[in-house]
Design a protein around this ligand. Structure first.
Ligand code: SAM
Ligand code: SF4
Length: 314
């Protein structure tokens, strides 16, 4: 279905939990999220019914996210239920990778087609400091397990943060030399805990080709601008929501773990979906798509959403 600005909306990001085993400093507070009651979060059946209704409204691709989707009990049932939907072309999942060593095989068997794995640093000490508790070795083991399980086109997402990991750009690029991965640098968006961070933390993605002019541009893919190191097996993606906003081409809607549809990550507007089924649910999703805002205002002010990223789903 098209929104009021003529954009084809065919991607759904479905947050299956707001909980996470990590506490990335830009995403969550130290104490995590106030524990919600079990019944405040979408059930497995509700997740699948929302997926079904979204597909009926024209959605072709669903990405499971969170919080950390792999801490969600029932994640495999959700994946299986969604994968069985006729009309769904692709089921993807974004994860911090800490549980992938054990979960990659089961996720593949449950029907997940593609994985994005978030990894902001390749240095164990920094990883611990940024996530406040994670072990880099777990993520690296998870990436290997994902390859063994048959996941192709693995994407590694690194949020580019000035003074934290911009001295590792070359190390990230080097990962693409021998492996068919796409390393994607993402601009830090001012929201939640990082909304008030110093300006120099918010580095434009153009820093990457400026520092590594040997990167060769490739035709773009979705919201990412693509490059390749000469002769490399993998590619490099730049996702620049601030410096090169891609709102004009945005095809996404999002559903939060407590069942509210958002037309834009950064807007306050939400359409409650809980308690709805069948045609009533589809009508609510169509309303949400129609009301998708034209653009965000991140270059003028921090995100308008009162929610943190882990609640909405990145
Ligand atoms: N826990 C999973 C993970 O980390 O991949 C999925 C949810 S997480 C919210 C999804 C993505 O959003 C991660 O790649 C994370 O780095 C990114 N993210 C979180 N806060 C962000 C921010 N303020 N700006 C840009 N990306 C952000
Ligand atoms: Fe958890 Fe992902 Fe947020 Fe990090 S970015 S705290 S892994 S939800």
């Amino acid at each position: 279905m098209r929104d009021t600005f003529g954009r084809q909306v065919d991607h759904l990001r479905l947050s299956v939990t707001d909980l996470c085993d990590l506490r990335c400093r830009y995403c969550m507070g130290e104490d995590g999220v106030p524990k919600r009651r079990h019944e405040d979060i979408l059930s497995v059946e509700e997740c699948v019914e929302i997926g079904r209704a979204a597909v009926a409204c024209g959605v072709k691709k669903i990405r499971l996210t969170g919080g950390e989707p792999l801490v969600r009990r029932g994640i495999l049932d959700i994946a299986r239920g969604l994968k069985a939907l006729p009309g769904l072309a692709e089921l993807c999942l974004t994860t911090n990778g800490t549980a992938l060593a054990a979960m990659a095989g089961p996720l593949r068997a449950a029907g997940v087609d593609r994985l994005n794995i978030s990894l902001d640093t390749l240095r164990p000490e920094r990883y611990r400091a940024m996530t406040r508790r994670g072990e880099l070795a777990d993520v690296l083991a998870g990436i290997e397990a994902a390859e063994r399980a048959g996941f192709a086109h693995i994407k590694l997402n690194a949020v580019l943060i000035g003074g934290f990991n911009d001295d590792e750009i070359g190390d990230f690029l080097a990962l693409t030399r021998d492996r068919p991965w796409q390393v994607r640098f993402i601009e830090l968006m001012p929201m939640g805990p990082c909304a008030g961070w110093e300006k120099d933390r918010f580095l434009p993605c153009d820093t990457v080709p400026e520092r590594y002019p040997q990167l060769e541009p490739l035709p773009g893919e979705g919201v990412a601008r693509l490059y390749r190191l000469p002769g490399a097996a993998g590619t490099v993606g730049l996702i620049s929501p601030l410096s090169h906003a891609f709102c004009d081409g945005c095809r996404r809607i999002r559903v939060t773990a407590d069942g509210r549809l958002k037309g834009c990550l950064h807007s306050r507007e939400e359409v409650p979906l809980r308690g709805l089924r069948g045609p009533a649910l589809e009508a609510a999703i169509r309303r949400g798509i129609a009301a998708k805002p034209q653009r965000h205002h991140l270059t003028e002010r921090p995100s308008d959403t009162p929610r943190d990223m882990n609640e909405i789903g990145g």
